[in-house]
Design a protein. Sequence first.
Lengths: 348, 216
Amino acid sequence: MFASLRLALLGVTAVVQGLGVAALFVHDHPAGRVAFAVPALVTLLCAVWVVRRRPLPKALVVGGTVAVLAASSVATEALPPDAHFGPAHWSYGLIGWHLLLLLLDRVPVLLAAQAAHVVLSVTQWVLAGAPERAEIGSAGVVVFSVTSFQLGVLVMSRILLRNARRAAEVAAERERAATRAALAEQWEQDLRAGFAGQLGATLPLLADLADGVLDPRADDTRLRCALAATQLRRLFAENDDVPDPLVHEVTACVHVAERRGVEVSLAVSGAPVPVPTDVRRELTGPLAVALSAARDRARVSLLRTEGEVRVAVIADAGVDFGTVTGRVEVECGTYGRHTRMEARWRTS
Amino acid sequence: MADELSAVVVDDHPAVRAGVAYWLSSGTPPIRVVASGEDVRAAWLGEGAQADVVILDLHLGGPTPVLGDLRRLVEVGRRVVVYSMRADDDIALQCLELGALCYLTKAEGAEHLVQATRAAAEGRPYTPPSLAGALAGDRSDHRPALSAREVEVLVEWFQSESKEFVAQRLGISLSTVNSHLERIRIKYALIGREAPTKAALVARAIQDGLIGVDDL
């Protein structure tokens, strides 16, 4: 936006400079010609950067400003005393455009340079000879018109720039919001997919119950329901933000068993260690199975030693799902009236 | 009944004092609660000063455990069973280090309390399941070296709360389970600060042939 504005300004400056050629020959003077060449050169130099939409180098800005102000002074000086602010005074209107072109992004400096230009021109005019009242009037009109027009351009450009910046900010914020929404949706989908994968025995059980294939009063159905409830409860606990997620998940499983009327004694020992989510799943999965098989009493323990995390269930009834080896080792056994299940994970 | 065991109960809840007194008196043989109170003065004054065992609640009306009171009792040779609301491994290990003969959580019930009190009256340690868990999970640098079998006994006892089950699982006798647990406690008694109860415990273990003098 800023680059486009300055490109427009470059065009205006070039046109105004071209139109000024006619005024140059009203009072032809060698100094006047030199003074005319300087702003033309500055315009050309600026064009090198402006056309490529690059910011102007500082040296060009400083040098150009000083050069055009000096050129204005020289051109004004070359005028006869009665020609000030008249049609022949080409430099007065033109230099303001150069200043705008050079200093559009440095508003305080631009205002100072414009003021300096006005003061310089007026001072030179006054020094050239006491002006008459009518001359003062017409000069005042010229100074006021030119200056206010150029300041008007400045104000409009600032407003345009501010609006453009706001629009860009709004667009960026909208884009960020859209990204956030997309991420949240992705996360929810992942969660859903994860849930569906973790639902385990629940969906077929619900389908069988709905179809009337299973008898809700049968022991086996009740056992399967107990297991599904425990698995669901464990799954819900999995995503909770708690300081000790493993204890949280174990406690969740225990709560389901207690709601069924099983008397559970839970013990936790050893300082907490970080356990990855999938390992937690492997540790608490067998716990859910063993605990949902318990009838009246169960002992659940979680022990964290130097190199191991061990989750164990001793219950009055259970399912023996043999021995599982892998990252988490699961061992099951029946000892007299008790069944025992232990899942062990080596931390190191 | 001169040889009847006696205990003093220090707990800030009257219901707990009454409950403990009832549990101890209804065991066979019964243990008589000769004094009880809401602060530790009960264990220093009157009949309480002569009681065989002090049953001490660690949180007497405040958030900080009364470890100082425990240390002073143990220093004069009192046999203390710590009876606490909280299952905090670090506090449990600290109590053992100070010389308590047992750390029992209130969730663990009458049977363990009666056994712990009876053992303490004889100057023996008692290791309930929660304390076994604390010992098995002990990761401190100065912990004693336990044999693989000793660790298994601790873990199995913690997991099952049943010594019969431990014996069956490991294929050893009930008395072997007990002597493993006692030997572990002796190893713990040999570390850290000295206390009369800990010295007595070690001396008794040597007398019983549980450990040799060479093991020290």
